[in-house]
Each structure stands twice: as C-alpha cells, then as structure tokens.
Design a protein around this ligand. Sequence first.
Ligand code: SF4
Ligand code: SF4
Length: 84
Amino acid sequence: MALYITDECINCDVCEPECPNGAITQGEEIYLINHELCTECVGHYKTSQCVDVCPVDCILSDPGHPETQEQLQRKYQTLIQQSA
Ligand code: SF4
Ligand code: SF4
C-alpha cells in the first residue's frame, strides 16, 4: 500500500532526500507522495525510510491505494527497469 502525507506535515524537508524512488516532492502546502512511485521502500529497505525520519509521524498508509507485498515488489521491478 502506498503511503501518503497528512496535513500535519511541517515541511521540514527531511523525508524527500531519503526516498529511494523519488516519490516525495514539495507540494503547494505540504509534501506529497506519488503513489505510483512509492513501493513502501520494498526492494530497497526493510522499513519505510520516510516514516522512519518524519519528526511528526504524519506519513500513513494510503487506504485509497491498497497493495500486497507482491504488488509492491512488482512495482519496484517495473521502476528499476524504467530507470535502467
Ligand atoms: Fe519513498 Fe519509501 Fe516513503 Fe514510499 S515509503 S515515499 S518509497 S521513502
Ligand atoms: Fe513533512 Fe514529515 Fe516529510 Fe517533514 S518528514 S516534510 S514533516 S512528511
């Protein structure tokens, strides 16, 4: 399941450089996660790097984009192929 950032975000910019998929960008008001690029860090790390570093715990699972571990793994493989 992709993650999303709630409006509790304080725009600290800590998460953006940690994302191995370039899924996090600064939006007009708060940071945003592109659900098409977020693999929950599957393929890169054991834990979600953005969640690990966020000081206000405002990054949550997005119920609008449910995905299994297998789907996240496939998404990772597709992203790797696209960037090759
Ligand atoms: Fe990026 Fe991982 Fe956070 Fe998804 S969980 S936005 S892939 S750092
Ligand atoms: Fe917002 Fe958390 Fe990212 Fe900081 S680490 S920009 S508070 S989502």
